[in-house]
Design a protein around this ligand. Structure first.
Ligand code: ADP
Ligand code: MG
Length: 222
């Protein structure tokens, strides 16, 4: 009978963060050409290379950390690594996001779904302070905001973490697709004005990969 009991994942730990970052690295590496193509259409064609370089460096930085480093601290290290290895806008933006998320988690050895929501909200706040993008501006914010709102609603209504993250990842993917008809108002793509319409935003696309990677990290650990 024991094997029929469904596993209810309630808490995430340092290992979850390490696994998340390694899932992001594999995913942005596999999608690097696609991300670069999207960026070639409305930017300078380096987004895949930027994300790949950054998250490969994050993987190396985290591999050197001891077992007792709390998850929040690991996210801060990941964020600092992105800032120092990625030249494009996505480096400081994701660097800030992960550092803010890490700071929100503090020194606790574990965090639950509620704390994850708080951390993601802090991350988005950091991105919006730095880049001044609002929803609808055709940026990573358009994937992250719906993902975070969906996650909050799911967690607050008692949905298990894995399902809540699956819903959040889907919301991020839909949010990235919804950038296609938008005109860019922030970042390099905004220089194109109306010509940015009709293309999916590269940063929103990679943001959806990052949320999907978190779902995979959490479900793999169980
Ligand atoms: P760069 O534009 O410097 O070449 P990247 O190509 O790595 O950097 O990243 C581009 C992505 O960064 C965009 O698709 C967009 O999602 C995101 N981005 C750019 N500027 C902003 C901003 N001000 N606020 C939020 N996101 C932004
Ligand atoms: Mg670019």
């Amino acid at each position: 009978m024991g094997e029929l009991v469904s596993i209810d994942i309630a808490a995430m730990q340092a290992e979850t963060v390490v696994l998340w970052m390694s899932e992001v690295a594999s995913s942005v590496s596999a999608e690097s050409d696609h991300l670069t193509q999207l960026d070639a259409a409305i930017g300078d064609g380096d987004h895949g290379v930027n994300m790949d370089r950054g998250f490969t460096a994050v993987g190396k930085a985290l591999a050197g950390q001891g077992d007792s480093v709390p998850p929040g601290q690991l996210l801060i290290i990941a964020g600092k690594t992105l800032v120092s290895t990625v030249g494009g806008a996505s480096g400081p933006l994701w660097g800030t996001a992960l550092r803010r998320a890490g700071r929100a988690l503090g020194k606790a050895p574990e965090f639950d779904g509620g704390a994850l929501v708080e951390a993601l909200e802090a991350a988005i706040e950091g991105v919006r302070e730095l880049g001044a993008a609002a929803p609808g501006d055709k940026t990573m914010v358009d994937a992250l905001v719906p993902a975070c709102e969906t996650l909050r609603t799911a967690i607050e209504s008692g949905v298990d973490l894995a399902s809540a993250l699956a819903a959040a990842a889907e919301a991020a993917e839909r949010g990235a697709e919804a950038t296609i008809p938008m005109q860019a108002r922030k970042g390099r793509a905004s220089y194109l004005g109306e010509r940015s319409v009709g293309h999916q935003d590269p940063g929103a696309t990679s943001s959806a990969l990052i949320v999907r990677a978190l779902e995979r990290a959490v479900t793999q650990e169980a």
